[in-house]
Write a protein that binds this ligand. Structure first.
Ligand SMILES: *[C@@H]1O[C@H](CO)[C@@H](O)[C@H](O)[C@H]1NC(C)=O
Ligand SMILES: *[C@@H]1O[C@H](CO)[C@@H](O)[C@H](O)[C@H]1NC(C)=O
Ligand SMILES: *[C@@H]1O[C@H](CO)[C@@H](O)[C@H](O)[C@H]1NC(C)=O
Length: 252
């Protein structure tokens, strides 16, 4: 009895071994050797997960997809034997996202790919900026990009902005480059500004700013004005009131 069972058991083990060989991911665009898929905003990435070939019983292997560790909900017919996921359109949030496919019965049998979404800074056109004398001048330039921009250059009337001479402050938080000046002066700050970001992949992109410095408007002194009116009104009332006794006396 024992002897006849052995080959069968061996056969079963062999069968199970081929079942858990592994899974692999086919993708469009193709995955690089380090498991990264290069893509861009608004494009589409198609992923297909298949159990490794080696046994014909894999056709009904249940497959599970995860996006950054969270289960992707799939239709019933898209889970057995082969399973596809389509990421469209690609958005900023997909950058760095990891898609993992594993066997429904054994999560350690898995394959992963990571998306690298490249995008350029949104720089184009020209913006008109009007600032009053002595007010704060702020110019913002989008530099959010993948890969990060290698340089940002601000120029005024064609030559590099002189931060010290113009009393400018330059700030950069990785998303925006901000050039600002407290106390705008026509002689120092009016003109055509240009922000140029240099991307190692997308090259140079620029945005222009036409800055006009207007004369300071004397603000109408509203509060003293109201106070004055109240005083005038009260004096008038008092005058009428003091005369009233005379008027009433007269009528008696
Ligand atoms: C899952 O697969 C791994 C690798 O093939 C294997 O070592 C492990 O025993 C399997 N676990 C189960 C519960 O089948
Ligand atoms: C993403 O792609 C860009 C452009 O090819 C590359 O410079 C960058 O190193 C890539 N990043 C990752 C995390 O692979
Ligand atoms: C820049 O050029 C404009 C137009 O020629 C001029 O009015 C302005 O004063 C210049 N700005 C500076 C800071 O030189």
């Amino acid at each position: 009895m024992k002897l006849t069972f052995r080959p069968l058991l061996f056969h079963l083990l062999l069968c199970c071994a081929t079942l858990t060989l592994g899974v692999h991911i086919h993708s469009d665009p193709e995955v690089s050797s380090d498991g990264v898929i290069q893509t861009e905003l608004k494009k589409t990435v198609s992923l297909l997960c298949l159990p490794d070939s080696g046994s014909d019983t894999q056709a009904d292997e249940e497959l599970v997809w995860l996006r950054n560790g969270a289960v992707v909900s799939l239709k019933e017919e898209n889970r057995k034997g082969r399973s596809s996921v389509c990421v469209t359109p690609i958005i900023h949030d997909d950058n760095g996202a990891t898609f993992t496919c594993h066997l429904g019965g054994n999560a350690t049998v898995s394959a992963s790919v990571t998306l690298n979404v490249t995008y350029q800074p949104q720089l184009c056109g020209s913006e008109d900026i009007i600032v009053e004398e002595e007010a704060v001048l702020v110019l913002r330039c989008d530099i959010w990009a993948n890969p990060a921009v290698s340089s940002v250059l601000w120029s005024l009337n064609g030559s590099e902005v002189d931060l010290i001479a113009g009393g400018f402050t330059l700030a950069n938080d990785g998303f925006t480059s901000q050039l600002s000046a407290n106390g705008a002066k026509k002689s120092l700050h009016a003109g055509t500004y240009q922000c140029t970001a240099n991307s190692p992949v997308y090259g140079e992109h620029s945005k222009y700013y036409q800055v006009t410095v207007t004369e300071k408007v004397i603000k109408f002194p509203l509060m003293p004005m109201i106070a004055g009116l109240v005083v005038v009104f009260l004096t008038g009332l008092l005058a009428v009131f003091s005369r009233w006794s005379r008027i009433t006396k007269c009528c008696k």
